[in-house]
Write a protein that binds this ligand. Sequence first.
Ligand SMILES: Cc1cc2nc3c(=O)[nH]c(=O)nc-3n(C[C@H](O)[C@H](O)[C@H](O)COP(=O)(O)OP(=O)(O)OC[C@H]3O[C@@H](n4cnc5c(N)ncnc54)[C@H](O)[C@@H]3O)c2cc1C
Length: 416
Amino acid sequence: MSEATPTTLILGAGQAGGETALALRQLGYTGRIVLAGSETHLPYRRPPLSKAFLAGQADEASLLIRPADGWEKAEIEVRLGVTATAIDRAAHTVSFDDGQTVHYDHLVLALGGRVRPLPIPGGDAPNVYYLRNIADAQRLRDALAPGKRVVVVGGGYIGLEVAASAVKAGASVTVLEAAPRLLARVAEADLAGFFATLHRENGVDVQVGVGVTALEQDADAKVVAVMAGDKRLEADVVVVGIGLIPNTELAQAAGLAVDNGIVVDEFARTSDPAILAVGDCAHHAHPALGRRIRLESVPSASEMAKVAASVVHGDAPKAVATAPWFWSDQFNAKLQMVGMTDGHDAVVERRLPDAQGAAVFMLFYLRNGAVVAAASINRAQEFMAARELVGRRAIVDPARLADAATPLKTLLAELG
Ligand SMILES: Cc1cc2nc3c(=O)[nH]c(=O)nc-3n(C[C@H](O)[C@H](O)[C@H](O)COP(=O)(O)OP(=O)(O)OC[C@H]3O[C@@H](n4cnc5c(N)ncnc54)[C@H](O)[C@@H]3O)c2cc1C
């Protein structure tokens, strides 16, 4: 490539970084693309790390977003095992920990986040596990075995998925959640109640309102005593899933705005026109919601990657448009969730008969009669239509929404 060829440097070779690189080529971008990341793995999907991969039902190759030759064919220079240490915005360069410096015309920050450590004595004991990357998942998978006593600290989606996978591996599992209910930050009480029941029915000891105060490793580093107020539990394995800290330090040191993530507009642009941010590290404006959100989900990373690529490529950039959505798999329940439930004033349930012993239902969250969010359990067939209802903030008759005999497609068609 000639010296005049523009370079897009993408920092972070994860879901959002990898997809930005691929989206650029799909749009016909002919510049040089450098995709640089700290991990030694090619870009991979993290969701199976708490599900099929942890349960031993998926191998490492199946996690890859593209096999090695896919990156070569797309002429994307992937540099692995290198960590960016500084951005020089005036010189348009990034320095790396191996001494190299790369010039950029556009810089895309796809830095993800790191696990929030348990801020208590013993939080870093040898039998305490966190889950963010392949190495974490391999270590945890090796530790799970029939009869092992597993305590999961944190009743969020990742904690609950780990609990389900640990039960599958034959472990006996306790979930400790400090808040008064599961999924307190991320789901409404009705949905959280469904998951609490599901886990209890599958043998998980779910305890809410129990904040862990200390972990004590025994002398031969085999058993951890989990202290929670006046409670004491013994565990062979403790898994901590209490959230993510977005990786913003590089952006902050470069003088970019940071507030619960790297602040970007609906086009993934920071205050510096040459720098964009995507994925878990970005706190982005969402026009339909009328506010900024930072989402930790694959669909959000993918959408932002496409938005950023359209901006870098230059013609007709597309803003973030779709209602945010994600999924979670636990035992026999596949959850798909779309929209934001905050401010809803009514919930409509649409229930179908159980199928093969699994619940099948949808919950619609309404505000002033408009559908603002929906949760689907084992109803993937209708989830696309639910996404559209939420995307359009459709006003539909709640009685018909509740009636599973009326297809959602019919309701959509009636909206015109
Ligand atoms: C166990 C688990 C289960 C999940 N399950 C689901 C699910 O079911 N559904 C769903 O929608 N989402 C799920 N997610 C969330 C989803 O995986 C993330 O939202 C997604 O990976 C975000 O992509 P990202 O590129 O922003 O971050 P990441 O995929 O984390 O990639 C960021 C990369 O940047 C690298 N990096 C950081 N700093 C630097 C630096 N200075 N220099 C170079 N590289 C750097 C990191 O090493 C990392 O590889 C799950 C996540 C986890 C961990």
